[in-house]
Design a protein around this ligand. Sequence first.
Ligand SMILES: [Zn+2]
Ligand SMILES: [Zn+2]
Length: 424
Amino acid sequence: MKTIIRGGRVIDPVRDIDGVRDVIIDDDGRLAGVEPAADSPRDVEVIDATGFLVLPGLIDLHVHLREPGFEQKETIATGARAAVAGGFTAVCCMANTNPVNDHVSVTRLILDRAREANLARVYPLGAVTRGLAGEVLAEMGELRDAGCVGFSDDGRCVMVSSVMRNALVYARTFDVPIAVHAIDETLAGRAVMHEGEHSMRLGLSGVPSAAEDFMVARDCVLARHAGARLHVQHVSTKGAVEIIRVAKGYGVRVTAEGTPHHFTLIDEDVGDYDTYFKMAPPLRSAEDREAVIEGLADGTLDAIATDHAPHESLVKDCEFENAANGIIGLETALPLSWDLVRAGRLSVRRCVELLTSGPARAFDLPYGLTKGAPADITIFDPDARYVFTADRIRSLSRNTPFVGRDMVGEVVRTIVGGRTVFTR
Ligand SMILES: [Zn+2]
Ligand SMILES: [Zn+2]
């Protein structure tokens, strides 16, 4: 049956659409048109979107789905369920599973499980190096052929510059990006939060901003010489934003992402050793947060990505030093991004770009309200007010510092390939 999404404010930055339109979906799940006011013949399902935003399906370049190997934290099915509840119709999953996604058998398993879950689209990233060990390159060509859209050793930094250089040179032959967790591990050591006044007060060892700035600079230099595509993950420092800005000016083929936690929180939010504020890279200073927001606004950063990192309570409810890094993020990303719009820091259009066309272009993924393409659509109520409670969470894990927070803006329906996969 045909579907018409009626009367919502349709925004597609790429097609320069922003206004009240009807979105028509064919009976085969493809987008048939975006029109000022479509007729509704009989045998049509009408979705009333009056007062809502109707957006191209959101894309998250950075999630950890934890399967295979850590199914107590998240499975591909539960992660996909959280994704669509957060308005994401497509997610890119990192390779730090067990076994690591450095072999086509793992890539195929991920794609099979995603197909069975039949919710969000899942695009795997393959490992850059075997076992994420930073020594021997993975079989990137085979991984690419099996469906990997890029490569990353996320969780680890490829520390040896010659290995990173080879990876970039090799990836250049397929013209796919290498995404980097850019932290110099020799500078970061075993530190557990941002190095600053607050880490001193708490007596915790800190990760200096230089650890990130340095690696971003190194990778930009290597990417420039290789002519390769580099994607900087979870940018957290003012220095990294400035380096990426300069690198783009020099023609380095670099894209980058900012996370909702880095543009919302700072190191002081760690309070008295609250492990739900422990991440890698760590929450930085107010000045760093400001730079990330400016980078999102001015185009230095291309995407908002969640770094959704589910953990069971056992590894979070413990001493700060021993607690696992990371928080879940799929279900809070859109309202937290919307806070930047409400604060006048991002235009509506820029916010939508950062969640749709920006990430899609970084990894060459399909996007937008294109006629004839599978209809992936997110319907968002920008005025809904609520408290984000734990019982709303669809992810298998609940490690988020945002429980109890007042939110504005809520996903009301998510459509993938013309089929409603989530409704509130
Ligand atoms: Zn990372
Ligand atoms: Zn990550």
